[in-house]
Design a binder for this molecule. Sequence first.
Ligand SMILES: [Zn+2]
Length: 686
Amino acid sequence: MPRRRYQLPKVLQSDEDRMPTDTVCTILVRQSTAGQAERHTHSSEVHPDVLIAQARRMGFERTLVCDDDMGIGAFSTTIEDRPALRRWMYELLPSGESKVVMVSMEDRLFRDEDEIQHNRFIKLVKEYGGWVICGPRVYDFRKQADQDMFRDKCRYAKEYIIHHIKERLHPAIQRSAMAGRYAGGRVPWGYVVDYEPRSETYKYHIVYPPHAPLVHEHIFRYFASLAHPTAIQVARHWSREGLLFPFYETWVEPSIVRYTDRLCERDDQRGGYPLSLRQTNSLLSNVIYLGYRERAGEIALDDSGLPRVCHPPLVDPDLFWYCFDYIYAERPIWAPPRVGPSPRRFIVKQSPHDGKPPGERFLAYGKVRCAKHEQRLSLQNDNGRVRLHCNAGDTWRRGYEAYDCVSPGVNKLEPVICQAFLDHLALDEHDVAELARLLEQRLSQRDMREAALRRQISEATSRYEYALNASLRPENRAIAADLMARAVEAKEEATRSQIQLMELQQRQTISGQAWAMAHQLTRVVERVKATFSEWSRIAQSQVIGLALEDAVVGYVNRYTLGLWMKWCGGRESRERVVMSNGKYIEWTEEDQMMVKEWYERLTWTALLQMFPGRTRTSIEHIAGHLHLDRRGKGPFSDEVPTVCPLIDRPVIDVENSMEKYGFSLDFAPAVLTGQSSRRGPRTVAK
Ligand SMILES: [Zn+2]
């Protein structure tokens, strides 16, 4: 018998088929602020209020808006990566507190690349009898049709991302950026974006006159003028001088203004944007100021493989790379190679004592390390005398170990450093030739081509080594011949590049202009030598800071410090500094016992023999501590007691911590025994 043509509609059999409006409706939103929803009117995202109103209409009395998934994409993330969704699935849904989740669209939930996440979601929601509302659609996953529809929607969202965004839009934006155009995003200070008259879509960076000089003068040039440049000092300079980037003029594209307003702090009272520390570092290393265009780690290159100048540069390359080297240890591969060693970066601490910058208090601040701990010495004010101090041997932290470390006065070291600097400040013929060669390189941009060749050589060499190693591995036996051929190819390429490089270097002749500039520099050097002592301390410290690459100070013996200095360019100097006060040596208990017993009974000759390495002052000092008094005592014996266990002890001295820096003991005068430092050399009292 045929079945009925039209079946009766299914009757609602139980409460299970009705949406559980008596539970909480969890609303997941991604763009929660009203401002965002207003600005992004083209976005499919709905304002949370709209969703709340919809839930009310559907009969929910209680709603819960969760926006903690904001900023976490639905593409290639798991359920566990997204706290709000996780909470609903693993807490609210199983407990029955909220059986319904609401989003504006399916793709807000899943754009899952592998289609695993949305299937897990369907399974779990079905198990607990949950409901999902996506915009106008209501899904009950106990129905197969709803499951399929949800799956299709998620799959479509995924494919949209893959095909449209990832494969078309992103590469298109990147291509456009690599052609030198503006491709959206933050416009750095000093520039704005304008349309080229030729084309409506061709946007590019143009210099913005109210901001450009601030970037050049008060960021780059100020940074470069510091003895020890740090971004924080630039930020301090801005707040000290009350500088800010004035608000944009009305003709500037509104999108730039909005972008800046959102990302930067506004100072409405003074009418501008203050510079934040965070911005300073990125600004100082942004190649956009050279006119280059960089996006997603890629730089726009021209046909010859050099960075392409896409808009007017703001900063000259020498100044830019000088600053860059202070911020990053390595330059990018397309940058001109660095001449000379990388500058050292360090943290400048504000002095707690006199407020003067440390460079003014000590000319080589931040450059000198202690030989024992290899740690940079800081400044310490010792009753008005500034001395260098090693924190590694701090008295408070390490007890008497502090005495192990050097603590020379600034006035002792500075003349030695300045003299060594001036001694090295001489240009011989070889130096002038080298200078001329460097100047020529800079004038002709040859170094870029040279760098490209060097890079080719190193790449080919590493390819050669890799192929060679791989061909020797037993598992590659089948393709060994192929690998070998590849190795030979790489080797040939390296040789070719090598020959080109040599040709390039030979072809190089130094122009008259470069020679003239080099000779001019020798005259500058003469003037520096003649006038250096009259310079201001700040200027001196800037020059020393540039010239001195590294310095180490440590004891050679008790009375002599060794100072090793390495200058930029590789020269070294070794100087000794004789101290009036020897290194303090502790009085042991045994020593003190001997002082107690013999101080009031022996002549000074005998006492000094008894305590080798100690001065009369130091013996008097410890005797005072022990409340001993020689006055009115006597007669004194000249005989050193034979019971004295100290006499055979080797002369107290300190370890030569400067040995590894090339200081031998005979470099320093012998230990000055029996001399009182404070009163100068004296004859031993009879
Ligand atoms: Zn130390």
